[in-house]
Design a protein around this ligand. Structure first.
Ligand code: ADP
Length: 484
Protein backbone atom coordinates (compact mmCIF):
# COMPACT_ATOMS: atom_id res chain seq x y z
CA UNK A 1 0.00 0.00 0.00
CA UNK A 2 1.12 3.51 -0.80
CA UNK A 3 2.59 5.12 2.32
CA UNK A 4 2.06 8.87 2.70
CA UNK A 5 3.00 11.22 5.55
CA UNK A 6 -0.30 12.96 4.95
CA UNK A 7 -2.80 10.23 3.97
CA UNK A 8 -5.51 12.87 3.44
CA UNK A 9 -3.85 13.65 0.10
CA UNK A 10 -5.06 10.37 -1.36
CA UNK A 11 -8.66 11.16 -2.35
CA UNK A 12 -11.08 8.87 -4.07
CA UNK A 13 -13.77 11.49 -4.61
CA UNK A 14 -14.19 14.42 -6.97
CA UNK A 15 -13.88 17.99 -5.75
CA UNK A 16 -16.87 19.88 -7.11
CA UNK A 17 -18.20 23.19 -5.77
CA UNK A 18 -16.01 22.82 -2.69
CA UNK A 19 -17.46 19.38 -1.83
CA UNK A 20 -15.87 15.93 -2.04
CA UNK A 21 -18.40 13.87 -3.96
CA UNK A 22 -18.86 10.60 -5.82
CA UNK A 23 -20.50 10.01 -9.20
CA UNK A 24 -24.31 10.29 -9.32
CA UNK A 25 -24.61 6.62 -10.22
CA UNK A 26 -21.96 5.62 -7.68
CA UNK A 27 -19.75 4.20 -10.43
CA UNK A 28 -15.96 4.22 -10.04
CA UNK A 29 -12.87 3.56 -12.15
CA UNK A 30 -9.73 1.91 -10.81
CA UNK A 31 -6.36 3.65 -10.81
CA UNK A 32 -3.48 1.29 -11.40
CA UNK A 33 0.25 1.41 -10.79
CA UNK A 34 1.83 0.87 -14.23
CA UNK A 35 4.87 -0.77 -12.61
CA UNK A 36 2.94 -3.49 -10.78
CA UNK A 37 -0.46 -3.51 -12.44
CA UNK A 38 -1.99 -3.27 -8.96
CA UNK A 39 -5.06 -1.16 -8.29
CA UNK A 40 -4.05 1.61 -5.91
CA UNK A 41 -7.35 3.47 -5.63
CA UNK A 42 -10.58 4.12 -7.46
CA UNK A 43 -12.14 7.42 -8.41
CA UNK A 44 -15.67 8.46 -9.40
CA UNK A 45 -16.80 7.82 -12.93
CA UNK A 46 -18.67 11.07 -13.51
CA UNK A 47 -20.46 12.15 -16.65
CA UNK A 48 -22.25 15.17 -18.09
CA UNK A 49 -24.59 15.88 -15.14
CA UNK A 50 -21.81 16.18 -12.57
CA UNK A 51 -19.78 18.23 -15.05
CA UNK A 52 -22.68 20.63 -15.50
CA UNK A 53 -22.86 21.13 -11.74
CA UNK A 54 -19.14 21.84 -11.57
CA UNK A 55 -19.52 24.43 -14.36
CA UNK A 56 -22.50 26.03 -12.59
CA UNK A 57 -20.47 26.23 -9.37
CA UNK A 58 -17.60 27.83 -11.28
CA UNK A 59 -20.08 30.35 -12.70
CA UNK A 60 -21.51 31.13 -9.24
CA UNK A 61 -18.01 31.57 -7.80
CA UNK A 62 -16.86 33.83 -10.64
CA UNK A 63 -18.28 37.24 -9.64
CA UNK A 64 -16.73 37.25 -6.17
CA UNK A 65 -13.41 35.78 -7.31
CA UNK A 66 -12.92 38.22 -10.19
CA UNK A 67 -13.72 41.12 -7.82
CA UNK A 68 -10.93 40.19 -5.38
CA UNK A 69 -7.76 42.15 -5.96
CA UNK A 70 -4.89 40.53 -7.77
CA UNK A 71 -2.92 40.84 -4.54
CA UNK A 72 -5.56 38.90 -2.59
CA UNK A 73 -5.61 36.17 -5.22
CA UNK A 74 -1.81 36.14 -5.14
CA UNK A 75 -1.87 35.45 -1.39
CA UNK A 76 -4.11 32.42 -1.87
CA UNK A 77 -2.01 31.15 -4.76
CA UNK A 78 1.17 31.69 -2.80
CA UNK A 79 -0.22 29.51 0.01
CA UNK A 80 -1.14 26.84 -2.55
CA UNK A 81 2.45 26.92 -3.86
CA UNK A 82 3.85 26.65 -0.34
CA UNK A 83 1.56 23.73 0.52
CA UNK A 84 2.65 21.92 -2.63
CA UNK A 85 6.29 22.31 -1.67
CA UNK A 86 5.60 21.31 1.94
CA UNK A 87 3.94 18.14 0.63
CA UNK A 88 6.41 17.59 -2.21
CA UNK A 89 7.42 14.09 -1.12
CA UNK A 90 3.87 12.79 -0.76
CA UNK A 91 2.77 14.36 -4.04
CA UNK A 92 5.78 12.81 -5.75
CA UNK A 93 4.98 9.38 -4.30
CA UNK A 94 1.39 9.60 -5.47
CA UNK A 95 2.61 10.52 -8.92
CA UNK A 96 5.13 7.70 -9.19
CA UNK A 97 2.47 5.26 -8.02
CA UNK A 98 -0.07 6.21 -10.68
CA UNK A 99 2.21 7.34 -13.49
CA UNK A 100 5.37 5.23 -13.10
CA UNK A 101 8.00 7.96 -13.47
CA UNK A 102 11.11 7.68 -11.26
CA UNK A 103 10.61 9.29 -7.87
CA UNK A 104 13.39 11.83 -8.51
CA UNK A 105 11.58 12.96 -11.68
CA UNK A 106 8.28 13.10 -9.80
CA UNK A 107 9.84 15.32 -7.12
CA UNK A 108 11.17 17.52 -9.91
CA UNK A 109 7.76 17.73 -11.50
CA UNK A 110 6.14 18.81 -8.22
CA UNK A 111 8.66 21.65 -7.88
CA UNK A 112 8.09 22.57 -11.55
CA UNK A 113 4.31 22.39 -11.10
CA UNK A 114 4.39 24.51 -7.94
CA UNK A 115 6.58 27.07 -9.71
CA UNK A 116 3.71 27.89 -12.11
CA UNK A 117 1.48 28.74 -9.17
CA UNK A 118 4.15 30.95 -7.62
CA UNK A 119 4.98 32.64 -10.93
CA UNK A 120 1.38 33.44 -11.87
CA UNK A 121 0.56 34.62 -8.35
CA UNK A 122 3.03 37.40 -9.16
CA UNK A 123 2.07 37.86 -12.82
CA UNK A 124 -1.57 38.42 -11.88
CA UNK A 125 -0.54 41.73 -10.34
CA UNK A 126 0.88 42.87 -13.66
CA UNK A 127 -2.13 42.40 -15.93
CA UNK A 128 -1.73 46.01 -17.01
CA UNK A 129 -4.03 47.87 -19.38
CA UNK A 130 -3.18 50.81 -21.64
CA UNK A 131 -4.10 54.40 -22.24
CA UNK A 132 -3.88 55.16 -25.96
CA UNK A 133 -3.36 58.78 -27.09
CA UNK A 134 -6.67 59.64 -28.72
CA UNK A 135 -6.93 61.23 -32.18
CA UNK A 136 -9.95 63.32 -31.07
CA UNK A 137 -9.98 66.18 -28.55
CA UNK A 138 -12.12 65.65 -25.44
CA UNK A 139 -11.89 61.88 -25.64
CA UNK A 140 -9.85 59.16 -23.98
CA UNK A 141 -9.06 55.63 -25.08
CA UNK A 142 -8.52 53.14 -22.27
CA UNK A 143 -7.78 49.44 -22.66
CA UNK A 144 -8.43 47.12 -19.75
CA UNK A 145 -7.80 43.39 -19.23
CA UNK A 146 -10.57 41.31 -17.77
CA UNK A 147 -10.80 37.64 -16.82
CA UNK A 148 -12.24 35.44 -19.56
CA UNK A 149 -14.64 33.78 -17.13
CA UNK A 150 -15.34 30.10 -16.53
CA UNK A 151 -12.59 27.90 -17.96
CA UNK A 152 -12.42 24.14 -18.49
CA UNK A 153 -9.18 22.18 -18.65
CA UNK A 154 -8.45 18.70 -19.98
CA UNK A 155 -5.01 17.37 -19.05
CA UNK A 156 -2.81 14.37 -19.90
CA UNK A 157 -1.13 11.66 -17.82
CA UNK A 158 2.50 12.34 -18.65
CA UNK A 159 2.77 15.38 -16.34
CA UNK A 160 -0.09 14.78 -13.92
CA UNK A 161 0.60 17.89 -11.79
CA UNK A 162 2.39 20.43 -13.98
CA UNK A 163 -0.10 20.34 -16.83
CA UNK A 164 -2.78 21.34 -14.33
CA UNK A 165 -0.91 24.11 -12.53
CA UNK A 166 0.25 25.79 -15.69
CA UNK A 167 -3.40 26.20 -16.62
CA UNK A 168 -4.93 26.77 -13.18
CA UNK A 169 -2.16 29.17 -12.05
CA UNK A 170 -2.73 31.80 -14.74
CA UNK A 171 -6.50 31.23 -14.82
CA UNK A 172 -6.98 31.82 -11.10
CA UNK A 173 -4.46 34.66 -11.02
CA UNK A 174 -6.36 36.40 -13.82
CA UNK A 175 -9.64 36.08 -11.88
CA UNK A 176 -11.11 33.16 -13.84
CA UNK A 177 -12.59 30.01 -12.31
CA UNK A 178 -11.74 26.54 -13.59
CA UNK A 179 -12.98 22.96 -13.80
CA UNK A 180 -10.26 20.39 -14.52
CA UNK A 181 -10.63 16.92 -15.98
CA UNK A 182 -7.39 15.01 -15.44
CA UNK A 183 -6.42 11.97 -17.52
CA UNK A 184 -8.07 8.73 -16.41
CA UNK A 185 -4.65 7.17 -15.72
CA UNK A 186 -3.55 9.90 -13.27
CA UNK A 187 -6.45 11.42 -11.31
CA UNK A 188 -4.83 11.10 -7.88
CA UNK A 189 -2.26 13.85 -8.44
CA UNK A 190 -5.05 16.18 -9.58
CA UNK A 191 -7.25 15.40 -6.57
CA UNK A 192 -4.30 15.93 -4.21
CA UNK A 193 -3.80 19.37 -5.76
CA UNK A 194 -7.45 20.10 -5.01
CA UNK A 195 -6.94 19.10 -1.34
CA UNK A 196 -4.15 21.66 -1.12
CA UNK A 197 -6.09 24.32 -3.04
CA UNK A 198 -8.92 23.98 -0.52
CA UNK A 199 -6.46 24.23 2.37
CA UNK A 200 -4.84 27.28 0.77
CA UNK A 201 -8.18 29.07 0.80
CA UNK A 202 -9.24 28.82 -2.84
CA UNK A 203 -13.00 29.47 -2.50
CA UNK A 204 -15.55 26.76 -3.29
CA UNK A 205 -16.26 26.50 -7.02
CA UNK A 206 -13.18 28.48 -8.09
CA UNK A 207 -11.21 25.28 -8.75
CA UNK A 208 -12.97 21.93 -9.24
CA UNK A 209 -11.60 18.55 -10.31
CA UNK A 210 -13.87 16.02 -11.98
CA UNK A 211 -12.89 12.47 -12.93
CA UNK A 212 -14.67 9.99 -15.18
CA UNK A 213 -15.85 9.52 -18.72
CA UNK A 214 -13.65 11.61 -20.99
CA UNK A 215 -16.11 12.00 -23.84
CA UNK A 216 -19.08 12.85 -21.58
CA UNK A 217 -17.11 15.37 -19.52
CA UNK A 218 -15.46 16.78 -22.65
CA UNK A 219 -18.85 16.93 -24.37
CA UNK A 220 -20.29 19.06 -21.57
CA UNK A 221 -17.18 21.27 -21.33
CA UNK A 222 -17.39 22.05 -25.04
CA UNK A 223 -21.17 22.36 -25.46
CA UNK A 224 -21.94 24.37 -22.32
CA UNK A 225 -22.15 28.07 -23.24
CA UNK A 226 -21.13 29.09 -19.71
CA UNK A 227 -17.63 27.79 -20.39
CA UNK A 228 -15.83 30.62 -22.16
CA UNK A 229 -12.50 28.91 -22.63
CA UNK A 230 -11.17 25.41 -23.07
CA UNK A 231 -7.53 24.62 -22.43
CA UNK A 232 -6.22 21.23 -23.46
CA UNK A 233 -2.95 19.33 -23.39
CA UNK A 234 -2.88 15.97 -25.15
CA UNK A 235 -2.87 14.37 -28.57
CA UNK A 236 -3.42 16.31 -31.78
CA UNK A 237 -6.27 13.94 -32.61
CA UNK A 238 -8.27 14.74 -29.45
CA UNK A 239 -7.30 18.41 -29.69
CA UNK A 240 -8.76 18.57 -33.18
CA UNK A 241 -11.98 16.95 -31.95
CA UNK A 242 -12.31 19.36 -29.00
CA UNK A 243 -11.67 22.32 -31.30
CA UNK A 244 -14.50 21.14 -33.54
CA UNK A 245 -16.80 20.68 -30.55
CA UNK A 246 -16.00 24.22 -29.37
CA UNK A 247 -16.89 25.76 -32.73
CA UNK A 248 -20.65 26.12 -32.14
CA UNK A 249 -20.11 28.22 -29.00
CA UNK A 250 -16.92 29.95 -30.30
CA UNK A 251 -14.88 29.32 -27.18
CA UNK A 252 -11.40 30.62 -26.68
CA UNK A 253 -8.94 27.78 -27.02
CA UNK A 254 -5.46 26.88 -25.87
CA UNK A 255 -4.11 23.64 -27.30
CA UNK A 256 -0.81 21.97 -26.43
CA UNK A 257 -0.70 19.01 -28.80
CA UNK A 258 1.69 16.45 -30.16
CA UNK A 259 5.23 17.04 -31.37
CA UNK A 260 7.83 15.42 -33.57
CA UNK A 261 10.95 17.10 -32.23
CA UNK A 262 14.12 17.01 -34.31
CA UNK A 263 17.40 16.93 -32.39
CA UNK A 264 20.14 18.03 -34.79
CA UNK A 265 23.81 17.34 -34.14
CA UNK A 266 26.09 19.28 -36.47
CA UNK A 267 29.70 18.36 -37.21
CA UNK A 268 30.95 21.25 -35.10
CA UNK A 269 28.93 20.27 -31.99
CA UNK A 270 30.45 19.46 -28.63
CA UNK A 271 29.59 15.76 -28.91
CA UNK A 272 29.66 15.00 -25.19
CA UNK A 273 27.30 17.88 -24.52
CA UNK A 274 25.07 16.69 -27.39
CA UNK A 275 24.96 13.18 -25.91
CA UNK A 276 24.02 14.56 -22.49
CA UNK A 277 21.33 16.71 -24.10
CA UNK A 278 19.99 13.78 -26.12
CA UNK A 279 19.75 11.62 -23.01
CA UNK A 280 17.85 14.36 -21.17
CA UNK A 281 15.53 15.19 -24.02
CA UNK A 282 14.91 11.65 -25.31
CA UNK A 283 14.76 9.41 -22.25
CA UNK A 284 13.19 11.69 -19.64
CA UNK A 285 9.88 10.23 -18.45
CA UNK A 286 10.83 7.14 -20.53
CA UNK A 287 10.38 9.21 -23.67
CA UNK A 288 6.82 10.15 -22.80
CA UNK A 289 6.82 13.93 -23.19
CA UNK A 290 5.56 15.99 -26.11
CA UNK A 291 8.94 17.75 -26.31
CA UNK A 292 11.02 14.55 -26.27
CA UNK A 293 13.31 14.41 -29.26
CA UNK A 294 11.66 12.10 -31.76
CA UNK A 295 14.24 12.23 -34.57
CA UNK A 296 17.97 12.55 -33.98
CA UNK A 297 19.45 14.09 -37.14
CA UNK A 298 23.23 13.65 -37.11
CA UNK A 299 25.69 15.08 -39.63
CA UNK A 300 27.66 12.42 -41.51
CA UNK A 301 31.07 13.44 -40.14
CA UNK A 302 30.12 12.74 -36.52
CA UNK A 303 27.39 10.13 -37.04
CA UNK A 304 29.35 7.06 -35.98
CA UNK A 305 31.11 8.79 -33.08
CA UNK A 306 27.82 10.20 -31.80
CA UNK A 307 26.07 6.82 -32.08
CA UNK A 308 28.87 5.17 -30.11
CA UNK A 309 28.89 7.78 -27.35
CA UNK A 310 25.10 7.76 -27.13
CA UNK A 311 25.10 3.96 -26.82
CA UNK A 312 27.60 4.19 -23.94
CA UNK A 313 25.36 6.73 -22.16
CA UNK A 314 22.20 4.69 -22.78
CA UNK A 315 23.88 1.62 -21.28
CA UNK A 316 24.08 3.53 -18.00
CA UNK A 317 20.32 4.15 -17.78
CA UNK A 318 18.72 2.08 -15.05
CA UNK A 319 15.38 0.47 -15.84
CA UNK A 320 12.99 -0.49 -13.05
CA UNK A 321 10.24 0.49 -10.66
CA UNK A 322 10.25 4.28 -10.20
CA UNK A 323 10.29 3.82 -6.42
CA UNK A 324 13.64 1.95 -6.52
CA UNK A 325 16.89 3.83 -5.90
CA UNK A 326 18.76 5.02 -8.94
CA UNK A 327 16.08 4.03 -11.46
CA UNK A 328 15.97 6.45 -14.40
CA UNK A 329 13.56 4.56 -16.66
CA UNK A 330 10.12 3.65 -15.40
CA UNK A 331 7.55 1.56 -17.26
CA UNK A 332 5.49 2.93 -20.12
CA UNK A 333 2.05 4.11 -19.07
CA UNK A 334 0.11 1.13 -20.47
CA UNK A 335 -0.02 -1.77 -22.90
CA UNK A 336 -1.24 0.43 -25.76
CA UNK A 337 1.84 2.65 -25.39
CA UNK A 338 4.10 -0.41 -25.39
CA UNK A 339 2.37 -1.85 -28.46
CA UNK A 340 2.83 1.45 -30.35
CA UNK A 341 6.56 1.55 -29.59
CA UNK A 342 6.98 -2.08 -30.67
CA UNK A 343 5.08 -1.41 -33.87
CA UNK A 344 7.18 1.64 -34.78
CA UNK A 345 10.46 -0.18 -34.09
CA UNK A 346 9.22 -3.20 -36.08
CA UNK A 347 8.39 -0.96 -39.03
CA UNK A 348 11.83 0.72 -38.92
CA UNK A 349 13.68 -2.61 -38.73
CA UNK A 350 11.63 -4.06 -41.59
CA UNK A 351 12.62 -1.05 -43.72
CA UNK A 352 16.33 -1.39 -43.04
CA UNK A 353 17.13 0.33 -39.72
CA UNK A 354 19.79 -1.24 -37.49
CA UNK A 355 19.59 -1.75 -33.72
CA UNK A 356 22.44 -0.03 -31.86
CA UNK A 357 20.92 -0.59 -28.41
CA UNK A 358 17.77 -2.24 -27.05
CA UNK A 359 15.11 -2.73 -29.69
CA UNK A 360 12.79 -4.94 -27.69
CA UNK A 361 10.66 -5.33 -24.56
CA UNK A 362 12.66 -5.33 -21.35
CA UNK A 363 13.29 -8.55 -19.44
CA UNK A 364 11.41 -7.04 -16.47
CA UNK A 365 8.18 -7.65 -18.41
CA UNK A 366 5.15 -5.47 -17.76
CA UNK A 367 5.23 -2.35 -19.91
CA UNK A 368 8.98 -1.80 -19.73
CA UNK A 369 10.84 -1.30 -22.99
CA UNK A 370 14.62 -1.31 -23.33
CA UNK A 371 16.19 2.12 -23.80
CA UNK A 372 16.89 1.87 -27.50
CA UNK A 373 18.84 3.43 -30.37
CA UNK A 374 18.18 2.72 -34.04
CA UNK A 375 20.67 3.72 -36.75
CA UNK A 376 20.27 4.30 -40.51
CA UNK A 377 16.70 5.49 -40.07
CA UNK A 378 15.15 7.16 -43.12
CA UNK A 379 12.16 9.44 -43.78
CA UNK A 380 10.29 6.46 -45.26
CA UNK A 381 9.93 4.89 -41.82
CA UNK A 382 6.98 5.62 -39.53
CA UNK A 383 9.22 6.98 -36.74
CA UNK A 384 9.98 9.91 -39.04
CA UNK A 385 6.36 11.04 -38.98
CA UNK A 386 4.80 9.70 -35.78
CA UNK A 387 5.37 10.54 -32.14
CA UNK A 388 7.15 7.56 -30.55
CA UNK A 389 6.37 8.42 -26.91
CA UNK A 390 8.83 5.80 -25.72
CA UNK A 391 12.56 5.31 -25.04
CA UNK A 392 13.67 4.88 -28.67
CA UNK A 393 16.15 7.21 -30.37
CA UNK A 394 16.14 6.92 -34.19
CA UNK A 395 19.32 8.27 -35.80
CA UNK A 396 18.98 9.89 -39.24
CA UNK A 397 22.04 10.86 -41.28
CA UNK A 398 22.43 14.17 -43.16
CA UNK A 399 25.19 15.94 -45.06
CA UNK A 400 24.42 19.66 -45.24
CA UNK A 401 22.81 22.34 -43.07
CA UNK A 402 20.08 22.84 -45.71
CA UNK A 403 19.27 19.15 -45.68
CA UNK A 404 19.05 19.15 -41.87
CA UNK A 405 16.60 22.05 -41.91
CA UNK A 406 14.51 20.47 -44.64
CA UNK A 407 14.32 17.17 -42.77
CA UNK A 408 13.62 18.92 -39.46
CA UNK A 409 10.70 20.89 -40.90
CA UNK A 410 9.24 17.96 -42.83
CA UNK A 411 6.37 17.34 -40.40
CA UNK A 412 2.95 18.75 -39.65
CA UNK A 413 4.09 19.34 -36.06
CA UNK A 414 5.96 22.37 -34.74
CA UNK A 415 6.41 22.13 -30.98
CA UNK A 416 10.06 21.77 -29.91
CA UNK A 417 13.32 21.41 -31.84
CA UNK A 418 16.90 21.11 -30.59
CA UNK A 419 20.30 21.54 -32.18
CA UNK A 420 23.92 21.43 -31.19
CA UNK A 421 26.47 23.68 -32.85
CA UNK A 422 29.32 25.93 -31.69
CA UNK A 423 29.21 28.11 -34.79
CA UNK A 424 27.52 31.40 -33.95
CA UNK A 425 26.46 32.10 -37.54
CA UNK A 426 24.89 28.66 -37.84
CA UNK A 427 23.17 29.08 -34.47
CA UNK A 428 21.33 32.18 -35.70
CA UNK A 429 20.65 30.82 -39.20
CA UNK A 430 19.23 27.52 -38.03
CA UNK A 431 17.23 29.06 -35.14
CA UNK A 432 15.51 31.32 -37.64
CA UNK A 433 14.67 28.58 -40.11
CA UNK A 434 13.28 25.94 -37.77
CA UNK A 435 9.47 26.01 -37.90
CA UNK A 436 8.94 25.38 -34.21
CA UNK A 437 7.53 27.24 -31.22
CA UNK A 438 10.55 26.37 -29.07
CA UNK A 439 14.18 25.73 -29.97
CA UNK A 440 16.76 24.31 -27.58
CA UNK A 441 20.24 25.39 -28.66
CA UNK A 442 23.01 23.34 -27.06
CA UNK A 443 20.53 22.17 -24.44
CA UNK A 444 18.07 19.30 -24.24
CA UNK A 445 15.94 20.86 -21.52
CA UNK A 446 13.71 23.80 -22.35
CA UNK A 447 10.79 23.72 -19.91
CA UNK A 448 10.60 26.43 -17.28
CA UNK A 449 7.72 28.43 -15.87
CA UNK A 450 9.34 31.70 -16.96
CA UNK A 451 9.44 30.91 -20.71
CA UNK A 452 6.53 30.66 -23.20
CA UNK A 453 5.81 27.00 -23.91
CA UNK A 454 3.82 26.12 -27.01
CA UNK A 455 3.82 25.07 -30.61
CA UNK A 456 2.97 26.14 -34.13
CA UNK A 457 1.43 24.20 -37.05
CA UNK A 458 -0.58 21.21 -35.76
CA UNK A 459 1.16 21.28 -32.39
CA UNK A 460 -1.31 23.78 -31.05
CA UNK A 461 -2.50 27.26 -30.19
CA UNK A 462 -1.40 29.63 -27.48
CA UNK A 463 1.43 29.69 -24.95
CA UNK A 464 1.71 28.52 -21.36
CA UNK A 465 4.07 29.87 -18.72
CA UNK A 466 5.90 33.22 -18.79
CA UNK A 467 4.25 36.63 -18.91
CA UNK A 468 2.44 35.46 -22.08
CA UNK A 469 0.73 32.59 -20.25
CA UNK A 470 -1.73 34.83 -18.44
CA UNK A 471 -2.85 36.52 -21.68
CA UNK A 472 -4.69 33.30 -22.53
CA UNK A 473 -7.03 33.96 -19.59
CA UNK A 474 -7.59 37.67 -20.16
CA UNK A 475 -9.91 39.44 -22.57
CA UNK A 476 -9.06 42.89 -23.85
CA UNK A 477 -11.76 45.55 -23.35
CA UNK A 478 -11.56 48.97 -24.96
CA UNK A 479 -13.31 51.96 -23.39
CA UNK A 480 -13.97 54.88 -25.72
CA UNK A 481 -14.68 57.91 -23.52
CA UNK A 482 -16.22 60.95 -25.13
CA UNK A 483 -17.64 64.27 -23.92
CA UNK A 484 -14.81 64.98 -21.50
P1 ADP B 1 -2.69 10.73 -24.62
O1 ADP B 1 -2.25 10.11 -25.89
O2 ADP B 1 -1.71 11.57 -23.93
O3 ADP B 1 -3.46 9.82 -23.71
P2 ADP B 1 -5.19 12.01 -25.22
O4 ADP B 1 -5.34 13.17 -26.11
O5 ADP B 1 -5.87 10.75 -25.58
O6 ADP B 1 -3.64 11.86 -25.13
O7 ADP B 1 -5.61 12.38 -23.74
C1 ADP B 1 -5.38 13.62 -23.17
C2 ADP B 1 -6.59 13.99 -22.35
O8 ADP B 1 -7.70 14.08 -23.23
C3 ADP B 1 -6.97 12.99 -21.27
O9 ADP B 1 -7.43 13.70 -20.14
C4 ADP B 1 -8.11 12.24 -21.92
O10 ADP B 1 -9.00 11.69 -20.98
C5 ADP B 1 -8.78 13.35 -22.68
N1 ADP B 1 -9.68 12.92 -23.74
C6 ADP B 1 -9.54 11.89 -24.58
N2 ADP B 1 -10.62 11.82 -25.41
C7 ADP B 1 -11.45 12.84 -25.08
C8 ADP B 1 -12.72 13.32 -25.54
N3 ADP B 1 -13.35 12.73 -26.53
N4 ADP B 1 -13.24 14.40 -24.93
C9 ADP B 1 -12.60 15.02 -23.91
N5 ADP B 1 -11.42 14.60 -23.43
C10 ADP B 1 -10.85 13.54 -24.00
Amino acid sequence: MLQLKNPALLRQACYIAGQWVGADEGETVPVTDPATGETIASVPRCGAAETRRAIEAADRALPAWRETTAAERAKVLRRWFELMMANQEDLARLMTAEQGKPLAEARGEIAYAAAFIEWFAEEGKRAYGEVVPSPLAGTRIVVTREPVGVCAAVTPWNFPAAMITRKAGPALAAGCTMVVKPAEQTPLSALALAVLAEEAGVPAGVFSVITGKASAIGGEFTANPTVRKLTFTGSTEVGRLLMELCAPTIKKLSLELGGNAPFIVFDDADLDAAVAGAIASKYRNTGQTCVCSNRLLVQAGVYDAFAEKLAAAVAKLKVGNGFDDGVTQGPLIDEAALAKVEELVGDALAKGARVVAGGKRHALGGTWYEPSILAEVTPAMRVAKEEIFGPVAPLFRFDTEEEAIRLANDTEFGLAAYFYSRDIGRVWRVSGKLEYGMVGINTGLISTEVAPFGGIKQSGLGREGSSHGIDEYLETKYLAMGGL
